[in-house]
Design a binder for this molecule. Structure first.
Ligand code: GLU
Length: 490
Protein backbone atom coordinates (compact mmCIF):
# COMPACT_ATOMS: atom_id res chain seq x y z
CA UNK A 1 0.00 0.00 0.00
CA UNK A 2 1.29 3.39 -0.94
CA UNK A 3 1.23 6.24 1.55
CA UNK A 4 0.61 8.78 -1.13
CA UNK A 5 -2.48 10.83 -0.42
CA UNK A 6 -3.31 13.77 -2.65
CA UNK A 7 -6.23 16.11 -2.56
CA UNK A 8 -8.05 18.35 -4.95
CA UNK A 9 -9.40 21.26 -2.95
CA UNK A 10 -11.56 23.54 -5.07
CA UNK A 11 -13.74 26.33 -3.79
CA UNK A 12 -17.33 26.21 -5.03
CA UNK A 13 -17.19 29.58 -6.74
CA UNK A 14 -18.76 28.72 -10.10
CA UNK A 15 -17.74 26.91 -13.26
CA UNK A 16 -14.62 24.81 -12.87
CA UNK A 17 -12.05 26.21 -15.24
CA UNK A 18 -10.15 23.86 -17.54
CA UNK A 19 -7.01 24.68 -15.51
CA UNK A 20 -8.85 23.34 -12.46
CA UNK A 21 -9.51 20.10 -14.29
CA UNK A 22 -5.82 19.89 -15.14
CA UNK A 23 -4.96 20.20 -11.44
CA UNK A 24 -7.59 17.61 -10.48
CA UNK A 25 -6.42 15.29 -13.24
CA UNK A 26 -2.79 15.48 -12.24
CA UNK A 27 -3.71 14.91 -8.60
CA UNK A 28 -5.77 11.91 -9.64
CA UNK A 29 -3.04 10.60 -11.95
CA UNK A 30 -0.46 10.83 -9.23
CA UNK A 31 -2.71 8.93 -6.83
CA UNK A 32 -3.46 6.26 -9.42
CA UNK A 33 0.19 6.04 -10.53
CA UNK A 34 1.40 5.48 -6.98
CA UNK A 35 -1.51 3.35 -5.80
CA UNK A 36 -2.35 6.10 -3.31
CA UNK A 37 -5.58 7.92 -2.54
CA UNK A 38 -7.29 10.82 -4.26
CA UNK A 39 -9.31 12.98 -1.92
CA UNK A 40 -11.82 15.66 -2.80
CA UNK A 41 -12.20 18.51 -0.37
CA UNK A 42 -14.63 21.35 -0.88
CA UNK A 43 -13.13 24.57 0.48
CA UNK A 44 -16.22 26.61 1.15
CA UNK A 45 -15.24 28.80 4.08
CA UNK A 46 -15.48 32.01 2.06
CA UNK A 47 -19.22 32.43 2.04
CA UNK A 48 -19.02 35.63 -0.03
CA UNK A 49 -17.56 33.84 -3.03
CA UNK A 50 -19.72 30.75 -2.94
CA UNK A 51 -22.27 30.09 -5.68
CA UNK A 52 -25.51 28.18 -5.20
CA UNK A 53 -24.66 25.15 -7.33
CA UNK A 54 -20.89 25.46 -6.88
CA UNK A 55 -20.44 22.04 -5.26
CA UNK A 56 -22.64 20.33 -7.82
CA UNK A 57 -20.63 21.87 -10.66
CA UNK A 58 -17.44 20.47 -9.14
CA UNK A 59 -18.93 17.00 -8.70
CA UNK A 60 -20.40 17.01 -12.21
CA UNK A 61 -17.11 18.16 -13.71
CA UNK A 62 -15.07 15.47 -11.97
CA UNK A 63 -17.59 12.83 -13.00
CA UNK A 64 -17.55 14.08 -16.59
CA UNK A 65 -13.78 13.50 -16.73
CA UNK A 66 -13.89 10.21 -14.84
CA UNK A 67 -11.91 11.53 -11.88
CA UNK A 68 -13.32 9.40 -9.10
CA UNK A 69 -12.26 10.19 -5.56
CA UNK A 70 -11.62 7.67 -2.86
CA UNK A 71 -12.91 8.91 0.42
CA UNK A 72 -14.84 11.50 2.33
CA UNK A 73 -17.36 11.38 5.13
CA UNK A 74 -19.38 14.36 3.97
CA UNK A 75 -23.14 14.55 3.72
CA UNK A 76 -24.55 12.10 1.21
CA UNK A 77 -22.73 8.88 1.97
CA UNK A 78 -19.22 7.49 1.88
CA UNK A 79 -18.48 8.99 -1.50
CA UNK A 80 -19.37 12.51 -0.69
CA UNK A 81 -16.36 14.81 -0.46
CA UNK A 82 -15.00 16.46 2.65
CA UNK A 83 -16.69 19.82 3.07
CA UNK A 84 -14.95 22.42 5.19
CA UNK A 85 -18.07 24.20 6.36
CA UNK A 86 -19.07 20.93 8.06
CA UNK A 87 -15.83 20.95 10.04
CA UNK A 88 -15.86 24.39 11.69
CA UNK A 89 -15.40 23.16 15.29
CA UNK A 90 -12.21 21.38 14.24
CA UNK A 91 -10.65 24.57 12.91
CA UNK A 92 -11.77 26.59 15.91
CA UNK A 93 -10.06 24.15 18.23
CA UNK A 94 -6.71 24.59 16.51
CA UNK A 95 -7.13 28.35 16.37
CA UNK A 96 -7.67 28.33 20.15
CA UNK A 97 -4.50 26.28 20.58
CA UNK A 98 -2.51 28.75 18.54
CA UNK A 99 -3.86 31.71 20.53
CA UNK A 100 -3.13 30.01 23.84
CA UNK A 101 0.42 29.31 22.75
CA UNK A 102 0.94 32.90 21.58
CA UNK A 103 1.23 31.82 17.93
CA UNK A 104 -1.91 33.64 16.90
CA UNK A 105 -3.67 36.70 18.23
CA UNK A 106 -6.99 38.44 18.09
CA UNK A 107 -6.95 41.60 15.99
CA UNK A 108 -9.69 44.17 16.40
CA UNK A 109 -9.09 46.45 13.44
CA UNK A 110 -12.16 47.78 11.69
CA UNK A 111 -12.34 47.67 7.87
CA UNK A 112 -11.99 51.48 7.85
CA UNK A 113 -8.83 51.33 9.95
CA UNK A 114 -7.33 48.71 7.66
CA UNK A 115 -8.20 50.80 4.61
CA UNK A 116 -6.53 53.84 6.16
CA UNK A 117 -3.47 51.77 6.96
CA UNK A 118 -3.22 50.65 3.34
CA UNK A 119 -3.63 54.20 2.10
CA UNK A 120 -0.81 55.42 4.32
CA UNK A 121 1.44 52.59 3.20
CA UNK A 122 0.74 53.48 -0.40
CA UNK A 123 1.46 57.16 0.18
CA UNK A 124 4.75 56.38 1.85
CA UNK A 125 5.73 53.78 -0.75
CA UNK A 126 5.73 50.97 1.80
CA UNK A 127 4.83 47.39 0.86
CA UNK A 128 1.16 46.70 1.65
CA UNK A 129 0.32 44.39 4.52
CA UNK A 130 -0.89 44.31 8.07
CA UNK A 131 1.49 46.29 10.29
CA UNK A 132 0.94 43.97 13.27
CA UNK A 133 -0.47 46.80 15.40
CA UNK A 134 -2.61 44.42 17.48
CA UNK A 135 0.04 41.79 17.91
CA UNK A 136 1.69 43.36 20.91
CA UNK A 137 -1.21 44.99 22.76
CA UNK A 138 -0.74 45.10 26.52
CA UNK A 139 -3.29 43.45 28.77
CA UNK A 140 -5.31 46.58 29.45
CA UNK A 141 -5.48 47.51 25.76
CA UNK A 142 -6.52 44.00 24.85
CA UNK A 143 -9.23 43.98 27.52
CA UNK A 144 -10.50 47.33 26.29
CA UNK A 145 -10.66 46.17 22.65
CA UNK A 146 -12.22 42.89 23.71
CA UNK A 147 -14.96 44.74 25.55
CA UNK A 148 -15.71 47.19 22.75
CA UNK A 149 -14.92 45.23 19.59
CA UNK A 150 -14.56 41.61 20.74
CA UNK A 151 -17.50 40.45 18.65
CA UNK A 152 -15.83 41.65 15.47
CA UNK A 153 -12.31 40.41 16.11
CA UNK A 154 -10.38 38.40 13.55
CA UNK A 155 -7.58 36.02 14.46
CA UNK A 156 -4.19 36.54 12.87
CA UNK A 157 -1.19 34.27 12.66
CA UNK A 158 1.86 35.54 14.56
CA UNK A 159 4.52 34.92 11.93
CA UNK A 160 7.86 34.25 13.65
CA UNK A 161 9.80 37.48 13.18
CA UNK A 162 13.19 35.85 13.00
CA UNK A 163 14.50 33.08 10.79
CA UNK A 164 13.45 31.83 7.42
CA UNK A 165 11.55 29.05 5.72
CA UNK A 166 13.35 26.79 3.31
CA UNK A 167 11.57 24.07 1.44
CA UNK A 168 11.92 21.87 -1.57
CA UNK A 169 9.18 22.35 -4.11
CA UNK A 170 8.91 19.26 -6.28
CA UNK A 171 8.63 21.47 -9.37
CA UNK A 172 10.48 24.70 -8.55
CA UNK A 173 13.26 23.28 -6.39
CA UNK A 174 14.60 24.85 -3.22
CA UNK A 175 12.86 27.99 -2.08
CA UNK A 176 13.87 30.19 0.85
CA UNK A 177 11.86 33.06 2.25
CA UNK A 178 12.70 35.33 5.20
CA UNK A 179 9.93 35.11 7.79
CA UNK A 180 9.85 38.85 8.30
CA UNK A 181 8.68 39.34 4.70
CA UNK A 182 5.50 37.37 5.44
CA UNK A 183 2.28 38.92 6.61
CA UNK A 184 0.42 38.03 9.80
CA UNK A 185 -2.30 36.37 7.75
CA UNK A 186 -5.86 36.14 8.99
CA UNK A 187 -6.66 32.62 10.23
CA UNK A 188 -10.23 33.26 11.27
CA UNK A 189 -12.50 36.03 10.08
CA UNK A 190 -14.81 37.95 12.37
CA UNK A 191 -17.73 35.82 11.10
CA UNK A 192 -16.15 32.83 12.82
CA UNK A 193 -15.17 31.08 9.60
CA UNK A 194 -11.56 30.04 9.22
CA UNK A 195 -9.71 31.35 6.20
CA UNK A 196 -8.37 29.11 3.48
CA UNK A 197 -4.86 29.50 4.93
CA UNK A 198 -5.82 27.93 8.24
CA UNK A 199 -8.46 25.42 7.14
CA UNK A 200 -6.38 23.97 4.31
CA UNK A 201 -3.39 23.37 6.62
CA UNK A 202 -5.49 21.73 9.31
CA UNK A 203 -7.12 19.51 6.73
CA UNK A 204 -3.92 18.67 4.88
CA UNK A 205 -2.60 17.47 8.21
CA UNK A 206 -5.68 15.64 9.49
CA UNK A 207 -6.30 14.03 6.12
CA UNK A 208 -2.67 12.92 6.06
CA UNK A 209 -2.04 14.54 2.70
CA UNK A 210 1.43 13.55 1.53
CA UNK A 211 1.65 15.68 -1.63
CA UNK A 212 -0.02 18.96 -2.43
CA UNK A 213 -0.26 19.48 -6.18
CA UNK A 214 -1.85 22.83 -6.84
CA UNK A 215 -1.68 25.89 -9.05
CA UNK A 216 1.45 27.99 -9.07
CA UNK A 217 -0.56 30.97 -7.82
CA UNK A 218 -0.30 29.39 -4.36
CA UNK A 219 3.50 29.22 -4.37
CA UNK A 220 3.87 32.58 -2.54
CA UNK A 221 1.57 31.22 0.20
CA UNK A 222 3.53 28.01 0.71
CA UNK A 223 6.00 29.48 3.27
CA UNK A 224 3.07 30.71 5.37
CA UNK A 225 1.46 27.28 5.10
CA UNK A 226 4.64 25.61 6.23
CA UNK A 227 4.91 27.98 9.21
CA UNK A 228 1.32 27.19 10.21
CA UNK A 229 2.10 23.48 10.08
CA UNK A 230 5.17 23.98 12.21
CA UNK A 231 3.35 26.19 14.70
CA UNK A 232 0.96 23.31 15.26
CA UNK A 233 3.86 20.87 15.58
CA UNK A 234 3.19 19.16 12.27
CA UNK A 235 5.34 18.09 9.36
CA UNK A 236 4.20 19.88 6.18
CA UNK A 237 3.39 17.84 3.06
CA UNK A 238 5.51 17.87 -0.08
CA UNK A 239 4.47 20.71 -2.36
CA UNK A 240 4.40 20.59 -6.14
CA UNK A 241 3.21 23.86 -7.64
CA UNK A 242 1.94 23.53 -11.18
CA UNK A 243 2.88 26.17 -13.74
CA UNK A 244 -0.13 28.15 -14.86
CA UNK A 245 -1.49 27.45 -18.32
CA UNK A 246 -1.04 30.35 -20.77
CA UNK A 247 -2.99 30.94 -23.96
CA UNK A 248 -1.30 31.50 -27.34
CA UNK A 249 -1.16 35.23 -26.49
CA UNK A 250 0.97 34.38 -23.42
CA UNK A 251 -1.76 35.56 -21.07
CA UNK A 252 -3.41 33.25 -18.55
CA UNK A 253 -5.47 30.68 -20.44
CA UNK A 254 -9.05 31.75 -19.92
CA UNK A 255 -12.28 32.68 -21.62
CA UNK A 256 -10.67 35.58 -23.46
CA UNK A 257 -8.05 33.53 -25.23
CA UNK A 258 -9.91 30.37 -26.07
CA UNK A 259 -10.45 28.35 -22.90
CA UNK A 260 -13.85 26.97 -21.95
CA UNK A 261 -15.32 25.84 -18.65
CA UNK A 262 -14.73 22.16 -17.89
CA UNK A 263 -18.32 21.23 -18.62
CA UNK A 264 -18.39 23.19 -21.87
CA UNK A 265 -15.91 20.97 -23.70
CA UNK A 266 -18.16 17.90 -23.88
CA UNK A 267 -21.08 20.12 -24.85
CA UNK A 268 -19.01 21.42 -27.73
CA UNK A 269 -18.17 17.96 -28.94
CA UNK A 270 -14.81 17.26 -27.32
CA UNK A 271 -14.10 13.71 -26.21
CA UNK A 272 -12.99 13.14 -22.65
CA UNK A 273 -9.90 11.17 -23.71
CA UNK A 274 -8.78 13.94 -26.05
CA UNK A 275 -9.22 16.70 -23.48
CA UNK A 276 -7.39 14.68 -20.82
CA UNK A 277 -4.59 13.80 -23.24
CA UNK A 278 -4.21 17.48 -24.06
CA UNK A 279 -4.30 18.49 -20.39
CA UNK A 280 -1.70 15.90 -19.42
CA UNK A 281 0.76 17.59 -21.76
CA UNK A 282 0.13 21.15 -20.60
CA UNK A 283 3.26 21.40 -18.49
CA UNK A 284 4.17 17.74 -18.10
CA UNK A 285 6.26 15.55 -20.33
CA UNK A 286 7.25 11.90 -20.28
CA UNK A 287 10.44 13.05 -22.02
CA UNK A 288 9.73 11.19 -25.22
CA UNK A 289 8.64 12.13 -28.73
CA UNK A 290 5.03 11.23 -28.44
CA UNK A 291 1.69 13.01 -28.28
CA UNK A 292 -1.02 10.41 -27.91
CA UNK A 293 -1.53 8.92 -24.47
CA UNK A 294 -4.54 7.03 -23.23
CA UNK A 295 -5.53 7.48 -19.60
CA UNK A 296 -4.01 4.06 -18.67
CA UNK A 297 -0.76 5.13 -20.40
CA UNK A 298 -0.77 8.30 -18.34
CA UNK A 299 -1.41 6.44 -15.11
CA UNK A 300 1.63 4.36 -15.88
CA UNK A 301 3.88 7.27 -16.84
CA UNK A 302 2.80 10.25 -14.76
CA UNK A 303 5.34 11.37 -12.20
CA UNK A 304 6.35 14.61 -10.51
CA UNK A 305 9.73 14.67 -12.27
CA UNK A 306 8.04 15.27 -15.58
CA UNK A 307 6.34 18.48 -14.44
CA UNK A 308 8.02 21.42 -16.12
CA UNK A 309 8.80 24.58 -14.20
CA UNK A 310 7.64 26.94 -16.93
CA UNK A 311 4.20 27.79 -18.19
CA UNK A 312 2.90 25.78 -21.11
CA UNK A 313 1.35 27.64 -24.03
CA UNK A 314 -2.04 26.03 -24.27
CA UNK A 315 -3.31 26.24 -27.82
CA UNK A 316 -6.98 25.48 -28.51
CA UNK A 317 -5.92 24.41 -32.02
CA UNK A 318 -3.81 21.68 -30.50
CA UNK A 319 -6.77 20.45 -28.50
CA UNK A 320 -8.79 20.36 -31.72
CA UNK A 321 -6.05 18.28 -33.28
CA UNK A 322 -6.17 15.82 -30.38
CA UNK A 323 -9.92 15.67 -30.61
CA UNK A 324 -9.76 14.90 -34.32
CA UNK A 325 -7.32 12.08 -33.59
CA UNK A 326 -9.59 10.62 -30.93
CA UNK A 327 -12.67 10.91 -33.14
CA UNK A 328 -10.83 8.90 -35.80
CA UNK A 329 -10.12 6.15 -33.30
CA UNK A 330 -13.80 5.67 -32.43
CA UNK A 331 -15.66 2.67 -33.80
CA UNK A 332 -18.46 3.70 -36.09
CA UNK A 333 -21.09 2.59 -33.60
CA UNK A 334 -19.47 4.63 -30.86
CA UNK A 335 -19.07 7.67 -33.10
CA UNK A 336 -22.73 7.42 -34.12
CA UNK A 337 -23.92 7.10 -30.52
CA UNK A 338 -21.90 10.14 -29.43
CA UNK A 339 -22.85 12.24 -32.43
CA UNK A 340 -26.56 11.48 -32.38
CA UNK A 341 -27.40 14.04 -29.66
CA UNK A 342 -25.73 16.78 -31.72
CA UNK A 343 -27.71 15.80 -34.83
CA UNK A 344 -30.90 15.69 -32.78
CA UNK A 345 -30.17 19.03 -31.20
CA UNK A 346 -29.80 20.50 -34.69
CA UNK A 347 -33.18 19.01 -35.65
CA UNK A 348 -31.64 16.74 -38.28
CA UNK A 349 -32.70 13.51 -36.61
CA UNK A 350 -35.86 12.83 -34.60
CA UNK A 351 -35.90 11.73 -30.97
CA UNK A 352 -36.09 8.01 -31.63
CA UNK A 353 -34.47 7.05 -34.95
CA UNK A 354 -35.49 3.69 -36.44
CA UNK A 355 -33.03 1.03 -37.58
CA UNK A 356 -32.92 2.27 -41.18
CA UNK A 357 -32.18 5.82 -40.09
CA UNK A 358 -29.53 4.63 -37.63
CA UNK A 359 -27.81 2.63 -40.32
CA UNK A 360 -27.96 5.59 -42.68
CA UNK A 361 -26.45 7.88 -40.01
CA UNK A 362 -23.67 5.32 -39.53
CA UNK A 363 -22.80 5.32 -43.23
CA UNK A 364 -22.87 9.13 -43.34
CA UNK A 365 -20.56 9.43 -40.32
CA UNK A 366 -18.19 6.88 -41.80
CA UNK A 367 -17.61 9.41 -44.57
CA UNK A 368 -17.21 12.41 -42.25
CA UNK A 369 -15.15 10.76 -39.50
CA UNK A 370 -11.80 11.68 -41.03
CA UNK A 371 -12.70 15.34 -41.28
CA UNK A 372 -14.47 15.87 -37.98
CA UNK A 373 -12.53 17.74 -35.32
CA UNK A 374 -15.42 17.91 -32.87
CA UNK A 375 -18.67 16.00 -32.63
CA UNK A 376 -20.47 19.33 -32.76
CA UNK A 377 -19.29 19.84 -36.34
CA UNK A 378 -21.35 16.87 -37.51
CA UNK A 379 -24.57 18.80 -38.20
CA UNK A 380 -22.81 21.36 -40.40
CA UNK A 381 -20.80 18.71 -42.22
CA UNK A 382 -23.63 16.26 -42.70
CA UNK A 383 -26.85 18.28 -42.82
CA UNK A 384 -27.31 17.75 -46.57
CA UNK A 385 -27.35 14.00 -46.00
CA UNK A 386 -30.11 14.24 -43.44
CA UNK A 387 -32.36 17.03 -44.63
CA UNK A 388 -35.22 16.11 -46.98
CA UNK A 389 -34.25 16.10 -50.66
CA UNK A 390 -36.27 19.21 -51.40
CA UNK A 391 -35.08 21.12 -48.34
CA UNK A 392 -31.31 21.00 -48.09
CA UNK A 393 -29.72 24.30 -49.03
CA UNK A 394 -27.70 25.07 -52.11
CA UNK A 395 -24.57 27.15 -51.98
CA UNK A 396 -25.51 30.05 -54.22
CA UNK A 397 -22.03 30.49 -55.64
CA UNK A 398 -21.85 26.81 -56.52
CA UNK A 399 -25.21 27.02 -58.29
CA UNK A 400 -24.20 30.15 -60.20
CA UNK A 401 -20.98 28.54 -61.27
CA UNK A 402 -21.97 24.98 -62.12
CA UNK A 403 -25.65 25.05 -63.04
CA UNK A 404 -25.17 27.71 -65.72
CA UNK A 405 -22.59 25.93 -67.87
CA UNK A 406 -23.79 25.41 -71.43
CA UNK A 407 -25.05 21.85 -71.76
CA UNK A 408 -25.05 21.08 -68.07
CA UNK A 409 -28.73 20.14 -68.13
CA UNK A 410 -28.20 17.49 -70.81
CA UNK A 411 -25.27 16.00 -68.95
CA UNK A 412 -27.07 15.89 -65.62
CA UNK A 413 -30.13 14.32 -67.25
CA UNK A 414 -27.95 11.61 -68.75
CA UNK A 415 -26.35 10.95 -65.36
CA UNK A 416 -29.80 10.81 -63.79
CA UNK A 417 -31.17 8.33 -66.32
CA UNK A 418 -28.12 6.10 -66.17
CA UNK A 419 -28.23 6.16 -62.35
CA UNK A 420 -31.84 5.03 -62.60
CA UNK A 421 -30.89 2.16 -64.87
CA UNK A 422 -27.91 0.94 -62.86
CA UNK A 423 -28.15 -2.59 -61.65
CA UNK A 424 -26.10 -2.13 -58.52
CA UNK A 425 -26.18 1.40 -57.16
CA UNK A 426 -22.81 1.78 -55.43
CA UNK A 427 -19.70 3.97 -55.58
CA UNK A 428 -18.01 1.95 -58.35
CA UNK A 429 -21.14 1.74 -60.51
CA UNK A 430 -22.04 5.42 -60.21
CA UNK A 431 -18.46 6.44 -60.89
CA UNK A 432 -18.50 4.42 -64.08
CA UNK A 433 -21.71 6.17 -65.12
CA UNK A 434 -20.18 9.58 -64.55
CA UNK A 435 -16.99 8.64 -66.43
CA UNK A 436 -19.01 7.41 -69.41
CA UNK A 437 -21.01 10.64 -69.50
CA UNK A 438 -17.76 12.62 -69.46
CA UNK A 439 -16.51 10.61 -72.44
CA UNK A 440 -19.82 10.70 -74.26
CA UNK A 441 -20.10 14.50 -74.05
CA UNK A 442 -16.36 14.93 -74.50
CA UNK A 443 -15.99 17.45 -71.67
CA UNK A 444 -13.52 17.89 -68.85
CA UNK A 445 -14.17 15.66 -65.84
CA UNK A 446 -15.06 18.60 -63.64
CA UNK A 447 -17.86 19.66 -65.92
CA UNK A 448 -19.82 16.61 -64.90
CA UNK A 449 -18.37 15.85 -61.50
CA UNK A 450 -18.91 19.32 -60.01
CA UNK A 451 -22.52 19.77 -61.17
CA UNK A 452 -23.34 16.28 -59.90
CA UNK A 453 -21.83 17.07 -56.54
CA UNK A 454 -23.72 20.34 -56.28
CA UNK A 455 -26.91 18.55 -57.34
CA UNK A 456 -26.74 15.86 -54.65
CA UNK A 457 -25.22 17.89 -51.81
CA UNK A 458 -25.77 21.57 -52.57
CA UNK A 459 -22.07 22.32 -52.20
CA UNK A 460 -18.70 21.88 -53.87
CA UNK A 461 -16.80 20.26 -51.01
CA UNK A 462 -17.40 17.16 -48.96
CA UNK A 463 -16.33 13.56 -48.70
CA UNK A 464 -15.55 11.51 -51.82
CA UNK A 465 -18.32 12.10 -54.37
CA UNK A 466 -19.09 8.50 -55.22
CA UNK A 467 -19.03 7.38 -51.59
CA UNK A 468 -21.41 10.26 -50.89
CA UNK A 469 -23.68 9.09 -53.70
CA UNK A 470 -23.61 5.51 -52.47
CA UNK A 471 -24.46 6.60 -48.93
CA UNK A 472 -27.33 8.78 -50.14
CA UNK A 473 -28.70 5.85 -52.14
CA UNK A 474 -30.49 5.80 -55.45
CA UNK A 475 -33.85 7.28 -54.43
CA UNK A 476 -32.38 10.34 -52.78
CA UNK A 477 -29.94 10.91 -55.61
CA UNK A 478 -32.61 10.72 -58.29
CA UNK A 479 -34.88 13.13 -56.44
CA UNK A 480 -31.97 15.50 -55.95
CA UNK A 481 -30.93 15.33 -59.58
CA UNK A 482 -34.52 16.08 -60.56
CA UNK A 483 -34.56 19.05 -58.24
CA UNK A 484 -31.27 20.26 -59.75
CA UNK A 485 -32.60 19.84 -63.27
CA UNK A 486 -35.33 22.26 -62.36
CA UNK A 487 -32.71 24.79 -61.38
CA UNK A 488 -30.17 24.54 -64.20
CA UNK A 489 -29.95 27.40 -66.63
CA UNK A 490 -27.34 25.93 -68.96
N1 GLU B 1 -9.35 26.30 -2.41
C1 GLU B 1 -8.18 26.65 -3.15
C2 GLU B 1 -8.58 27.01 -4.56
O1 GLU B 1 -9.71 26.84 -4.94
C3 GLU B 1 -7.21 25.47 -3.16
C4 GLU B 1 -5.79 25.81 -3.06
C5 GLU B 1 -4.98 24.59 -2.65
O2 GLU B 1 -5.04 23.59 -3.37
O3 GLU B 1 -4.33 24.62 -1.61
O4 GLU B 1 -7.78 27.49 -5.33
Amino acid sequence: MSNVRVRFAPSPTGALHIGGIRTAFWDWLYARHTGGKFILRIEDTDKNRETVDGVQVILDSLREYGLDFDEGPGIGGPHAPYVQSERLPIYRKFIETLITEGKAYRAYDTPEELARMRENQQKRGLPPGYDRRHRHLNEAERAEYEATRGANAAVRFAVPLEGKVTFQDAVYGEITVENRTLEDAILMKSDGYPTYHLAAQVDDHLMEISHVLRGEEWLPSAPLHILIHRALGWEPPIYAHLPVMMGPDKKKFGKRNGALGALEYPKQGYLRGATLNFLALQGWSAKEERDLYSVPDLIEKFDLDGILNRSPISDPEKLLWFNGQYIRQLSLADLAARTLPFLQEAGLVGPDPDAVTSEYIGSVLALEQERMKTLAEAPALADFFLLPDDEFLFDEKAVAKWFAHPGVGDRLRRVRDNFAALEVFDAAGTEEVVRLVITEFDVKGGEVIHPVRVAVSGRTTGPGLFETIEALGRDRCLRRLDRALGMVTG
